[in-house]
Ligand binder design. Structure first.
Ligand SMILES: *Cc1c(COP(=O)(O)O)cnc(C)c1O
Length: 374
């Protein structure tokens, strides 16, 4: 530490001191301010370009006048509705301020400086943050190199090899962000079944609603068999409620009981609870978002092909495209065209850009800009 550093920095917990802060996608307003441009588009945070269900917006508006009151601390109605939807007892559900909040609760409950967590190379960036903040050590398994599984994908064998006596949590994103790859029912089920009893496994299904592959598992159906399984879901992606911050975990009731001990009582706000509840009643809206996403993904891939670019196959609402050069430069050039995407060098993918599937017009604009800057 250099002498000019504030001495208070040394007081921070060691895990926190070593942390690299999460880098969010650049907001549209910030880009427009910096470059003095208008009509910028953001395809950088895997948000739903079609917005939330009108039912969710109406429900949110309806509760705004009551905001002087605390929300229901237990989130009773939303929890009951989610339990019914998943066919589990309400005691299995833990609400989060986004599913990132739930990931953090898992780390706080199960990890200490004496413990380890396992996740894959190129896995979602919140896992290292949640793990390191507890002082636990991270064991990062190398991803597939393309020879025995899809390149950049989780290598479950390598992950299994990283599990030791001090391991308490394994984090798996299915599909993963920023790669978009996914694990099959057979592969994931065998992996979980082979874990020792002292290891919790988190399956992060933030993009569950988008996936249409027949061999893609709904792991909420396995909760009865695996008491060490925690499944996380979110309203931020296909439901289009990222700005409200609401997600949840499904687990054995005893695990949910532990998570709820450290959960802040009002972690999901009044408006978010109301909007999420209403969003669950609009299956038609969800289905249309999903089918429009599929068409948009096709549109992007066709455009990449025309530009002779390759990509990592994705089942989510985003795709990592290989720019064939240092992607930071392409990212910067796209900003000047008013197009915000996501560089993923912090995921050890320096040549890729992660592009969120936007509306038809946004995808077209992104492709034109990409063609121009390349
Ligand atoms: C976006 C995302 C999340 C969730 O974000 P929240 O908004 O906190 O629910 C979780 N996991 C992955 C892999 C994601 O990409």
């Amino acid at each position: 530490m250099s002498p000019s550093d504030n001495p208070f920095l040394e007081l921070a917990a060691p895990g926190v001191r070593a942390l690299q802060p999460y880098q969010p996608g650049k907001p549209v307003e910030e880009l427009e301010r910096e470059f003095g441009i208008r009509d910028a588009i953001k395809l950088a945070s895997n948000e739903n370009p079609f917005g939330p269900s009108p039912l969710a917006v109406a429900a949110a508006n309806a509760v705004i006048p009551t905001m002087t009151r605390y929300p229901e601390g237990s989130g009773h109605r939303l929890v009951a509705r989610l339990a019914r939807r998943h066919g589990v007892a309400p005691e299995c559900i833990t609400l989060g301020n986004g599913s990132n909040d739930v990931l953090d609760l898992v780390a706080r409950v199960f990890l200490t400086p004496a413990h380890e967590a396992v996740y894959s190379q190129h896995a979602f960036a919140v896992y290292p943050i949640s793990v390191q903040a507890t002082g636990a050590r991270a064991q990062v398994a190398p991803a597939h190199d393309g020879s025995r599984g899809p390149a950049y994908g989780h290598n479950l064998e390598a992950m299994h090899d990283r599990v030791g006596p001090d391991t308490r949590v394994v984090f798996i994103a299915n599909p993963n962000n920023p790669t978009g790859g996914w694990l099959t029912t057979d592969a994931l089920e065998n992996f979980i079944a082979a874990l020792p009893a002292h290891v919790m496994v988190v399956v992060d299904e933030a993009y569950f609603e988008y996936v249409g592959e027949p061999a893609y598992p709904d792991t909420t159906q396995w909760l009865g068999r695996f008491p060490n399984l925690i499944v996380t879901r979110t309203f931020s992606k296909a439901y289009g409620l990222a700005g409200l911050r609401v997600g949840y975990a499904l687990s054995h009731p005893d695990v949910a009981g532990l998570l709820n001990r450290v959960r802040q009582p009002f972690n999901v706000n009044l408006v978010a609870q109301a909007a999420a509840l209403a969003a669950l009643d609009d299956d038609a809206y969800l289905a249309s978002s999903v089918s429009r996403n599929r068409a948009g993904l096709r549109q992007l891939l066709d455009g990449f092909s025309a530009l002779d670019l390759t990509w990592i196959d994705s089942v989510g609402n985003f795709v990592a495209v290989d720019t064939g050069r240092t992607a930071a430069e392409v990212y910067a050039a796209l900003l000047r065209e008013g197009v915000i995407v996501r560089p993923v060098a912090n995921y050890a993918m320096p040549n890729h850009l992660r592009i969120t599937v936007g509306s038809n017009e946004e995808n077209a604009r992104c492709l034109v800009a990409l063609g121009k800057v390349l």
